[in-house]
Design a protein. Sequence first.
Length: 367
Amino acid sequence: MKSSSMDFSLSRRAFTSSMIGLTSVSLKGLSKKDEKKKRLLLGFDNFSIRALGWKAPRLVEYATKNKVDALLFSDLDVYESFDHGYLREIGQEVKKQKIILHAGTGGICQTSKSFKDKHGTAEEHLRLLIKVTKSLGSSVARCYLGSSKDRKTEGGIRKHMDNTIKTLKKVRTQAMDAGVKIAVENHAGDMHSRELVQLIEQAGPEFVGATIDTGNSTWTLEDPVETFRNLAPYAVCSGIRDSMIWQSDKGAKVQWTAMGDGCVDLQTLFKEWSDACPETPVQIETISGFAKEFPYLEKDFWPPYSTIRPDDYSCFLALARKGKTLAPFSAPDGVDKKKAQQDYQLTELEKSFVYCRENLGIGRKSA
């Protein structure tokens, strides 16, 4: 008897959803120990609490106190020294606390408008990062290309992608010998997630992976869930926050938020995360308190973003239609502004820890 394909075929997304459902049912029969192993790893990026200016040892203390599974040092300024012994000692303390450590830095594209030569050329900068990562005993080195400004330069983002690929290929042997994967982030509107996939594939996925940033997805008019789907096969690191998106006279405004305070479909995101890359830590990177406008109703907006696909754009618009206006953060009257900002950043991060543990089932250590 013949059956129609409609009766028996499942779309990829429907199949994934059905498997997620089966997984959640099967977890009921697991012991508490086994169930904890199935939870995603919870961590944070030190940029979340940048106003405090803490160095690496203090950040490790904070991570230990908050019982996180992972920690990302996303810049090189957290270290007092690049001496191997100093870095090795930090790595040993992190390991003792059973925390997964990722190292990181800023831009490694020498043609980018935001490139800084503090650590030499782009190649020298990247080689230093690999050296630091190895000394720490880490296997992941996060970095990025640049920012949305690079899309507006002559040659567009493709020119800067090609420059970054050349730099990455120059350090391939060093990275492979060190056992370090270079995790390039979708950063501040530089690359759409599909463009980042191209960069990884052309540089070499055997030593280059992705840092998924769900907040930066909005800078290229992406739904963070779609960004995840594109980057999940390459994901080794992350910078995660929620976003509130709402319509404006010129297009849309985006305000990054603590987890649970935005309009991103976090339930779907992390169900799929559990299935696609369960050992990639969910590193919280809260950058809250202000809104950025994306004036896509104005024709001048589009030339740098001409490669955005209509289906990606429509997903972003759907989020904007369901979002609501948020007020920016401002320090209370009579309160020191620096101290208020520090307290605000700590509150946003710790609120996110609670939401992830209690509402999303993320985190393998008891809070």
